[in-house]
Design a binder for this molecule. Sequence first.
Ligand code: NAP
Length: 269
Amino acid sequence: MVGLFLSNPIQMPTALITGASKGIGRAIAEEFARRGINLLLTARDETLLQQGTDELISKYGIRVAFLALDLTSTDAATQLASWATRQAPDLNILVNNAGYGLSGNFEKYSALQHEEMMQVNMNVPLELCLLLLPHLRRQEKGYILNISSSAAYQAVPGLTVYAASKSFMLSFSRGLRYELRKTNISVTAVCPGATDTDFPKRAQVGAKAQKAADKFNMKPEEVAKQAVEAMFAEKAEYVTGVVNKLGAFLAWLFPKSMAEKAAAGIYEL
Ligand code: NAP
């Protein structure tokens, strides 16, 4: 674990972004930076985090610190929350973005592999909310932005546990949002569809799924722009892109078995 520690704490507004080394998380960092919001970035890849930090500081003149951390490690959420609140006592935005998928049959993976993914996709976001809510409550305005997925709207054979983890994130966000409705904190769940990042590579999706994604891929910059706008507009739930909005509607409209069969075809099951 390596971090860049600042001698003076960052003043608000400040956003903590998980999975900020690349992809959607890196693009969300840029969206905040252009609004003058200071940043705390985390992911595993220290080199990418250092590069991103240097670029954002030189381009926007904001304050940025990073912590290289594997979210599957013991007490990762506690370490991250305590680092973040030391760096920025007035931290007011939490973005739970880090996540990944594992494609193929459920039985292809060990319990540990499934559990590690669930740790990154669900447990750490849940723990970070719990640990950081007291800090967010003390701010004039607090935001939680949870990155779910269009996979939250249906079972996805071939990405079964991933889709279930994203359904969890959507339902968790909506429930928490309601509980916090009389507070200063707004919770938003954003559901991107296929986005041009390293996600398919890490999930090891097959050629057919990659081809389908390539047809509809959005750029991470566009997803990040829509996500950050939805967060500041205090939306409960937001699906990025027209095609993905239509997909979520069709998944609701048609029998579940049809949507599941279509997804299974893409994942070649
Ligand atoms: P990505 O380019 O692979 O980025 C994933 C981020 O999560 C990286 O910064 C990665 O950093 C971090 N991460 C992964 N495992 C981690 C771990 N064990 N500990 C700490 N950080 C970890 O993929 P992306 O598409 O931007 O994904 C961002 C979010 O969008 C995810 O929650 C994903 O489920 C969601 N999403 C993506 C798509 C899509 O099609 N791309 C669609 C819907 C939803 P390191 O590798 O440096 O650790």
